[in-house]
Design a protein around this ligand. Sequence first.
Ligand SMILES: N#Cc1c(-c2ccc3ccn(Cc4ccccn4)c3c2)n[nH]c1N
Length: 242
Amino acid sequence: MRIDVITIFPEYLTPLREALLGKAIEREKISVGVHDLREWTHDVHRAVDDSPYGGGPGMVMKPQVWGEALDEVCATSGEPPRLVVPTPAGQPFTQRTAVRWSHEPWLVLACGRYEGIDQRVIEDASRRMPVEEVSIGDYVLVGGEVAALTMIESVARLLPGVLGNPASAEQDSFSDGLLEGPCYTRPEVWRDLSVPPVLRSGDHAAIARWRRDQSLERTYERRHDLLDSMSEESLTARDRGR
Ligand SMILES: N#Cc1c(-c2ccc3ccn(Cc4ccccn4)c3c2)n[nH]c1N
């Protein structure tokens, strides 16, 4: 997978070069390009923003600069990229989104700042590539870079050869629609707190039941909305009996 990020703070994306993702880039499982939006300015001040039409607080990112940047970064004789635009007003980004995007050959992420990017940039890009305006959660950040890091990490970890143990991606929270239950490691007793005996029983069926029950209980307590949106078939008769 190829990932390009356009931003006025390229150094914000440095963490991508660290740890697991850094290794995946070194091993060419992913190629990441980070581009400074100001490269496409032509004035001495390298201006990327201007006052909003209709008034209101803050500034809006100029369409001309973004248009030229996307023209160049997204240029191809083949299939265009999927353009991802982080915004607090976007569709929710979920694990399902990450799975879907993990099958994409090329993502371009447009990281806005200020009050956002002139909407005509999204409108114009939609004429020649798929565009998704997405939000990573119901809170307001200062710009799109943290959201880009979040989304890139959640997509990249699903790619073959990126995670040391691919099974952990399959057993993700949300992968079966439920939250992950608690996990434990040695020692067996720590500050007079013991590991649940079933996990040391060696009875794999009992362990699997216990883990499913813990996921259901945690999801019911913390994210009832996930249960509400689960299809009946994905909940077993035993689950419903709990
Ligand atoms: N994804 C996501 C986001 C963002 C986000 C993403 C991109 C930008 C570009 C500018 N701002 C600041 C800003 C403040 C106020 C109104 C509009 N925009 C962003 C915020 N905030 N919260 C999320 N879940």
